[in-house]
Every structure is written in structure tokens, then in C-alpha cells.
Design a protein around this ligand. Structure first.
Ligand SMILES: NC(=O)c1ccc[n+]([C@@H]2O[C@H](COP(=O)([O-])OP(=O)(O)OC[C@H]3O[C@@H](n4cnc5c(N)ncnc54)[C@H](OP(=O)(O)O)[C@@H]3O)[C@@H](O)[C@H]2O)c1
Length: 331
């Protein structure tokens, strides 16, 4: 409940300059990160630990960066992790480095853009484990750094970030194991794909509403949005098309991932007890990985935290939500 002090703060904020507001935001963020560092030290209790070494978690694109740290953390919590990577050499190396830490990790090749690779992966999972409990859709690409905003690789960005995620979800849902605690899907997304963010949002209010409202949201609407963007990329009209202004192709792809998360959560919301699947997404923040050219303000290990926290939600997991820094945020 906003009390008088909150009001006073917002009055103060109203009188603040840009620099002071940025400093205040930065301070709040640092305090939250410290709080999370403290929360990470608190071990899950036996009652909270619904998982065991028989619990199978797949993390896509986990040979490096945030995916690697998610795989590492899930394995450290005692789950069996399938480290999936498109390049067998990189995947094998990452697996070995985690195994050297004594973690239970198995590597399998997986290119989320390649239907044959995804099918082969699913067949292998079925034979080896009979199914999975957790899917973390982490594999992603972004070809811009800093203030760049090229759309040269827009098709690849959509193919990987949105269609790759969708292909994995469609393929893996039938393989999700029945369990009392429910299976979980976590999509690694970004605040850049927010529908109603203060900045970087879609200019077309009708399209924004269509994607926001449950009744009108569908795979067709999401795909039509992507196709419209890609057509405008081809004919050069995308700049004035009302798309997000920063990292435009990447932002559109993550906007699609967010919408798809909500859609799939809704579609799977009436599964019977014992067959539930909880589907959420999260933004890891601005992270020091290859994707950002090692810019960013947090490490991949810190960035992995919220994803792992969402995947391991102990009781009554939420579904269809968007998280950042262990808190729900708006789409
Ligand atoms: N870094 C950030 O600030 C930030 C912020 C918000 C969201 N994210 C999201 O976090 C996720 C991880 O990013 P990151 O920062 O850790 O970047 P990263 O270090 O570049 O890692 C991306 C991973 O995805 C893999 N990948 C790319 N295309 C693939 C495909 N077709 N099939 C399978 N794997 C594929 C890469 O494999 P290769 O090694 O073979 O290329 C790599 O392992 C992405 O979804 C990204 O959009 C990152």
C-alpha cells in the first residue's frame, strides 16, 4: 500500500533532475542485487525440494554465458542437467568443465533452428530418460552492440529467439513427465520485449492491444507481427514502422517470446493434477556475456539466479508470468 512516505518520495522524484533519478534507480538496483545475493545463500529446505537427481532439466544453448550458469546452478541443486549446445566441441568442453566441479551434467547436440536436430534430441531424451521435468529455453542471438541497430540478421534473430523457442516448446511438451509438482518451462527473455514498457515499445496501439489481450492473442497474431516486421526489413520501411527503437529485431523477437509464454501458459492452464506444466519467462538483466561484448552490469552467474529460482519454485508455482530479480514484472 503506498503510504505517505511513498507519496513524499514520488513528490521528491518529481523535483529531481535526470541525473538524480538515474542515481536513485541505480541505488535501488544495487540494493536489490545485494538482497538477492543474500537470498541465494539461503538453502532450500527439504520440504521445498520437490526435485531429486532423477529430475531432468534441459538447458538450451548452455555451452556458455547465462545458459551455462543456469545449467551449473541446477546441477549444483542436485538435478540431472542436459547441457544442450549446437556445437558438439563447445558442448563437450562445457560439460567437462562442469563435471570437473563434480556436477551431474550430460551433453547432447541441439540446434534449436534445425528441426532434424530438435527431433533427434527429443528421440534421444525419450530413449534415455523417458521425458523431462524442466525446459529452459535460453539459446538466443543478438547481433547489435551498444547503440547499433542493424537489422541485417533479423531473420536469424527471429528464427532462433522466437521460432527456436516455439519449436522446443512444441516438441518437448509431449515429453514433459507427469509429476505432483508439475513440469516447468522457463523462457529467457528480455525487458526490451515489454509491451507496455516506458521506452522501446510498439508504436501501433492496435497491435499492442491485440498482443496484450488474452482473447485476441494467438500464434497467428504473433507470427503475423513477426512477418510484418520482416517484410518491412526487406523493403526498408521498418525504421518508420513503429517498432521498438533499440535493438529492434531482438526486441521484436523477445516481445514474441513474451507473448508466446502467456499464450502457452493459458493453453496449458487446465491440465489435470499430476500433469501440470508451469510456463514463465524472465529477464536476466544486462549481463557480461559474449552477447553484450562483455558489457553489462552483472555476471552470468548472477543473471542465472532468477531463471533457476523460477524453475525451482517450490509450492504452487505461478504460470504465465514475467520475472526479473526474483520479482514479477509486467509484460
Ligand atoms: N546478455 C544479456 O545482457 C541478456 C539480456 C537479456 C536476455 N538475454 C538472453 O539470455 C540468453 C543467453 O544469452 P547470453 O547473454 O548468455 O549470450 P551468449 O553468451 O551469446 O550465449 C548464447 C547461447 O545461445 C546459443 N545459441 C545461439 N543460437 C543457437 C541455436 N540455433 N541453437 C542452439 N544454441 C544456440 C549459443 O551457442 P554458440 O556458442 O554455439 O553460439 C550460446 O551458447 C539469450 O536468450 C539472450 O537473449 C541476455
Amino acid at each position: 500500500m503506498p503510504g505517505p512516505s511513498t507519496k513524499r518520495e514520488s513528490c521528491r522524484a518529481g523535483g529531481m533532475g535526470k541525473k538524480e533519478r538515474a542515481e536513485e534507480r541505480q541505488q535501488r538496483r544495487e540494493e536489490r542485487l545485494q538482497e538477492i545475493a543474500r537470498l541465494r545463500q539461503i538453502p532450500y529446505t527439504d520440504a521445498q525440494r520437490w526435485w531429486s537427481s532423477e529430475t531432468i532439466a534441459v538447458v538450451t544453448g548452455s555451452n556458455r554465458g547465462i545458459g551455462y550458469e543456469i545449467a551449473r546452478s541446477l546441477a549444483a541443486h542436485g538435478l540431472t542437467v542436459i547441457l544442450a549446445a549446437r556445437d558438439p566441441d563447445k558442448g563437450d568442453e562445457a560439460k567437462k568443465s562442469l563435471q570437473d566441479e563434480g556436477l551431474e551434467v550430460v551433453f547432447h547436440q541441439l540446434d534449436v533452428c534445425d528441426s532434424a536436430s530438435v527431433e533427434q534430441f527429443a528421440n534421444w531424451i525419450t530413449v534415455m530418460y523417458g521425458g523431462i521435468d524442466i525446459l529452459v529455453n535460453n539459446a538466443g542471438v543478438n547481433f547489435n552492440l551498444g547503440f547499433e541497430n542493424s537489422v541485417e540478421f533479423a531473420e536469424e534473430v527471429m528464427a532462433t529467439n522466437y521460432f527456436g523457442t516455439r519449436r522446443m516448446i512444441e516438441t518437448m511438451i509431449p515429453l514433459m513427465k507427469p509429476s505432483a509438482s508439475g513440469a516447468r518451462i522457463v523462457n529467457v527473455s528480455s525487458r526490451l520485449g515489454r509491451l507496455n514498457g516506458r521506452r522501446n515499445r510498439l508504436g501501433d496501439v492496435n497491435l499492442r492491444n491485440k498482443l496484450a489481450v488474452e482473447e485476441s492473442l494467438s500464434e497467428e497474431v504473433i507470427e503475423a507481427t513477426i512477418n510484418k516486421f520482416l517484410e518491412q526489413v526487406k523493403d526498408g520501411s521498418w525504421i518508420s514502422g513503429g517498432w521498438p527503437q533499440n535493438f529492434t529485431d531482438y526486441s521484436v523477437s523477445k516481445l514474441a517470446v513474451n507473448a508466446y509464454t502467456r499464450l502457452m501458459a493459458k493453453k496449458n492452464s487446465d491440465r489435470p493434477e499430476g500433469h501440470k506444466i508451469f510456463i514463465n519467462c524472465f529477464c536476466p538483466g544486462w549481463v557480461k556475456t559474449a552477447m553484450t561484448g562483455w558489457q553489462g552490469n552483472i555476471s552470468a552467474e548472477e543473471a542465472a539466479d532468477t531463471g533457476v529460482w523460477v524453475a525451482l519454485q517450490p509450492t504452487e508455482p505461478t504460470t504465465g508470468n514475467f520475472f526479473a530479480e526474483r520479482r514479477e514484472i509486467s509484460f
